[in-house]
Design a protein around this ligand. Structure first.
Ligand code: F6R
Length: 589
């Protein structure tokens, strides 16, 4: 939700251009409008440019300067207009602000500021921040003013404030992500590290309650509550710049789908000690809970099947529905919070609730330095590298592989599971070829004009059905509805008519015959049946054959769904990297 970027001591003295390039990497976080503010080199005044629409092809004519901030917006308060785009400036033109989050008490703050005759030029909650700081800098340093104002903002927020008078940037975090990059003589700030990877891999991830002050000579880390300096220890990331580039593919989404031939097996090489530690905790646990949102929640559901395969009963909850059940958490609960970003508000709330009741929290995350990682007792990073497309793909399959490894570690079968995941990597490499892409493209062509697609799966193929449906919905905007195969007879069959496309997802397991019975029932009502399975069958009109990888067959099955969503989206003219109305990281409730 909203992307933030800032640079101090721009390497080329064109801070606005660097900011524009940085924001283009953050567009996945919000893409209804964008804006940049730069302190003009010539005269030290602020120059601001703001536009509605996507930033992808944008250029900037802003003047040369060494310090700038920029923002790409996912609207919450105030419509999508140039005026509501960030940055927002105070009445004097000295203070300019960008913001990610929601100032929940902005109405009362705005009324108070209006009584003091401040002039507002937008309908946003953000603008109050600029005016509040404006009042305080009359008698305080900008650092003190920003920290003082931030403490009075209700809600989850990250703000970045540029003071044109002192050429200082002050940024504060409470609930929305912020990372500072420490380059050679330059400093950067961004919502995630991808926009500054080109300049530095040395990063300070801000925790909630921390602020940074960036000037031409120094980067300081502060505790917002006390105002005292904290030790600044940047950590070096192993992410490479190429990980955040399209690598010759037309879209990040396709690149990330294809990346899975390496990201899945890589998952098996990390977390060995951590998984052993978690497995020991699980031995003592009387309750094992998985929680997550969206795609990650389907990994949570798949994990319940992985664990039942090793004789453990577990529960999965959408994090947004966990509150009524959090009371059951206790000292012998292990809660796995699964999240690509580690910043999803609902997942964080669920993890905090369980932890407050004594539960042991395991974060299964992809992005590093997140709030979830900080609050967890153990973190299992899934290591799939930066995921730029809004639609989650490679993080999901690495989460699945991780949860499979954890489940097998519980019965002493970790080493074997590692081999299985690595073998799957080799199989994916042989299978995920141009031919597969052509086959799925051909299938997509037949489905392009459909309004509804139904998808069924059973047992571990049920979360696969949920995920494939979500991929199709997000990428192509076609209504795709998933069902547990067993549910069909209980009402859903009324929806099937001649030619209705039905996808049957299955594995070579105990569900095979039941899935085929469901396919036959759908076919008998006129449905056109597409099998995504490691086997062929006379019940299928079309089959996309996937490799048989035992319980891990869910991974290649979902990859077919990812590709299908992608090609359907291309065919229907959507932007596969940035589906409408969505943002990659949902940091508000
Ligand atoms: C779907 C998708 C979302 C996320 C969900 C949780 O493609 O990306 O459904 O999975 O918003 O996000 P994380 O995993 O960052 O907690």
């Amino acid at each position: 939700m909203c992307g933030i970027f800032a640079v101090v001591n721009d390497p080329d003295h064109h801070a606005a251009q660097t900011t524009l390039d940085g924001l283009k990497k953050l567009e996945y976080r919000g893409y209804d409008s964008w804006g940049i503010a730069v302190v003009e080199h010539k005269n030290g005044t602020l120059a601001i440019e703001k536009h509605i629409g996507k930033i992808g092809g944008a250029t900037t004519a802003l003047p040369a300067g060494d310090i700038a901030i920029g923002h790409t917006r996912w609207a919450t308060h105030g419509g999508v207009t140039d005026g509501n785009a960030h940055p927002h400036v105070d009445c004097s033109g000295r203070i300019v602000v960008i913001h990610n989050g929601i100032v929940e008490n902005y109405q009362e703050l705005k009324q108070m500021l209006l009584r003091r005759h401040h002039r507002f030029t937008s309908e946003t909650d953000t603008e109050v921040i600029a005016h509040l700081i404006e009042d305080r800098v009359k008698s305080e340093s900008v650092e003190t003013a920003v920290l003082g104002v931030f403490k009075n903002l209700a809600g989850s927020n990250a703000i970045v404030v540029l003071d044109a008078k002192t050429n200082t940037i002050v940024a504060c975090r409470n609930g929305s992500p912020l990372a500072a990059g420490v380059g050679k003589g330059q400093f950067f700030l961004a919502s995630d590290v991808t926009p500054f990877l080109k300049f530095t891999r040395d990063v300070v991830f801000l925790a909630d309650g921390e602020a940074v002050i960036l000037t031409a000579t120094k980067l300081r880390l502060l505790d917002i509550k006390t105002g005292k300096d904290k030790r600044l220890t940047p950590r070096r990331l192993d992410w490479k710049l190429e990980d955040a580039e399209k690598g010759g593919y037309p879209h990040f989404l396709l690149k990330e789908i294809m990346d899975q031939v390496t990201t899945v097996p890589k998952t098996a090489l990390i977390n060995r000690n951590e998984i052993a530690h978690v497995a020991r905790r699980l031995e003592r646990a009387d309750r094992i809970v998985f929680t997550a949102c969206g795609t990650a929640s389907y990994c949570a559901l798949a994990a319940t099947y992985f664990f039942s395969g090793v004789g453990r009963e577990t529960k999965s909850y959408g994090a947004y529905e966990y509150t009524p059940f959090s009371g059951f958490a206790g000292k012998k609960t292990v809660l796995f919070a699964i999240s690509q970003s580690g910043e999803t508000a609902d997942t964080l709330i669920a993890a905090r609730n369980a932890k407050a009741r004594g539960a042991y929290v395991v974060a299964v995350v992809n992005a590093r330095g997140s709030a979830l990682e900080r609050l967890a007792d153990t973190t299992l990073p899934v290591g799939s590298g930066p995921e730029i497309a809004v639609v989650s793909t490679k993080a999901f399959t690495s989460q699945l592989a991780t949860m499979y490894l954890v489940s097998r570690a519980c019965t002493g079968n970790y080493a074997r599971a590692v081999r299985e995941v690595q073998d799957l990597g080799k199989t994916l490499r042989r299978w995920q070829t141009k031919k597969l892409r052509h086959d799925v493209l051909d299938l997509a062509k037949t489905l392009m004009n459909q309004e509804d697609i139904y998808i069924v799966g059973k047992h571990v193929s049920y979360p696969a059905a949920l995920e494939v449906a979500l991929k199709i919905k997000e990428s192509s905007y076609i209504h795709a509805e998933p069902f547990a195969a067993g549910e069909l007879k209980h009402g859903v069959l009324t929806l099937i008519q001649k030619g209705t496309p039905c996808i049957a997802i299955g594995a070579n397991d105990e569900t095979r015959l039941e899935l085929l019975s469901s396919a036959a029932e759908l076919r008998a009502r006129g449905g056109t049946i597409i099998g995504i399975t490691p086997f062929t069958s006379a019940e299928f009109d079309v089959t996309v054959k996937t490799p048989d990888a035992g319980p891990l067959t869910i991974i290649p099955n979902v990859i077919v769904g990812q590709l299908l969503g992608y090609y359907l989206g291309i065919g229907r003219g959507t932007d596969p990297d940035k589906p409408r109305n969505l943002a990659k990281s949902v940091t508000v409730k």
